[in-house]
Design a protein around this ligand. Structure first.
Ligand code: FEO
Length: 401
């Protein structure tokens, strides 16, 4: 059965949901599934804005044929060549042999790389500032290199003031009938997944996102159509502000996130005790995570959100506990910045994790590691509570209202 929804008179959502996928990009858990959005503009010409992942091909083609209502497809616009959106290009060409493919020069290089096909006879090559008219609708093409692939481009529809934003403003989570952000409780039900999607997939490319946001500021945008998750047609300032913060590596709120690595529970106990002390000192937002039990993508998302971080790691093989070391490496890869950090180490005979974590954190930009730290030998006992209290005080002193 087809499942499409109207965005404007001429533009239709024809995407599909995958709720079977365990790991997006074979890496990120998606317990709420994921949507692959695709859009059809029906004008004098018909224009498909991206295809979908092969896993939802059946639903996608049913939707597309319903939306075309017997017409042929004239154009396919390829925002970027990541296979979760371009997998169906070959099938589109076979079904609609006269279709033209719109992309930039790099798009067509990648079509060759992925599919080995020469599509030059149907290629419409666009560059920054180019426009294509399909009747009442004119698309303006805006290059967005490294948001988050090199060939990414977004398109702005002058008539309906729609920004087709590629992966920008996307989120994990399947769409359950509601396709607009104003049809769901975004802040409660979607924001965490939107942040997890952004920070892990686009997070490294903050400067490129900033460049795109500057270009977008010059457009009169009424609707944002991303390739995953809800479409924005109300309160665009909400998601734009989030993107400003995330792409500038600014914390969303004054909050402490405590991340611990614990083998037998003693480091976990210290982390929980510190959390309690922070709350008693008036810190309202404190979260504690076991790095062994929480997917690294969730930890990264929380790290982007919070102003203050505490890393508590047992010493393992004379180094940092592996799950913690992996997290610190991921932070570096995603260029986490602008944090205040406190350290706790544990070790029954030679605690060295704090020194090594400090070294790894020194590779990050604008990360202040507090001098006050806690070194535990096996377990922290009641007589040593003052040590932890001093750390809590040092953290609180650096927090603003
Ligand atoms: Fe959703 Fe960059 O692909």
């Amino acid at each position: 059965m087809y499942h499409t929804r109207k965005i404007t008179n001429d533009v239709m959502w024809i995407g599909a949901n995958d709720r079977r996928l365990a790991l997006f990009e074979n890496l990120f858990p998606v317990p709420r599934g994921v949507s692959y959005n695709s859009y059809l503009i029906r004008d004098e010409k018909t224009v498909l804005m991206d295809t979908v992942d092969s896993s939802v091909a059946g639903q996608f083609f049913e939707n597309l044929e319903h939306a075309l209502d017997g017409r042929a497809l004239d154009y396919l616009v390829v925002s970027h060549m990541e296979p979760d959106h371009c997998a169906m290009i070959g099938d589109i060409v076979r079904r609609y042999p006269d279709v033209k493919i719109v992309g930039n020069a790099k798009t067509f290089t990648m079509i060759g790389q992925f599919f080995g096909d020469d599509v030059s006879d149907r290629a419409v090559v666009v560059k920054e500032g180019d426009t294509l008219s399909f009747g009442a609708h004119t698309l303006h093409f805006v290059m967005a290199p490294m948001v988050h692939w090199p060939e990414v481009m977004v398109a702005y529809d002058e008539k309906d003031k729609i920004l087709f934003s590629a992966d920008g403003f996307g989120t994990f989570g399947a769409l359950s009938g509601s396709i607009f952000a104003d049809e769901v409780e975004f802040d409660r039900g979607w924001l965490d997944d939107a942040r997890r999607y952004y920070t892990n997939i686009v997070g490294k490319y903050g400067a490129s996102v900033q460049a795109l946001l500057k270009k977008a500021a010059g457009l009169d945008i009424a609707v944002i159509c991303p390739l995953h998750g809800p479409i924005w047609r109300e309160n665009l300032g909400y998601i734009l502000e989030k993107y400003q913060k995330w792409s500038r590596y600014e914390a969303e709120e004054q909050a402490v996130v405590i991340l611990y690595a614990s083998v037998y529970g003693n480091t976990a106990s210290v982390a929980d005790a510190l959390a309690g002390q922070l709350v008693e000192k008036g810190v309202k937002k404190v979260a504690v995570y076991d790095v062994s039990n929480t997917h690294v993508s969730e930890l990264i998302s929380e790290i982007f959100r919070a102003s203050h971080l505490v890393f508590a790691s047992t010493t393992y093989n004379a180094g940092i506990y592996p799950a913690m070391e992996n997290l610190l490496s991921d932070m570096k890869a995603l260029t986490v910045q602008n944090k205040t950090v406190a350290l706790i180490e544990n070790g029954s005979w030679a605690p060295t994790a704090a020194k090594q974590m400090r070294e790894k954190l020194s590779e990050l930009k604008n990360v202040t590691v507090l001098d006050t730290q806690v070194s535990v030998k096996s377990a922290l006992h009641s007589g040593q509570a003052e040590t932890l209290l001093a750390l809590a005080e040092a953290i609180v002193e650096t927090m603003s209202e």
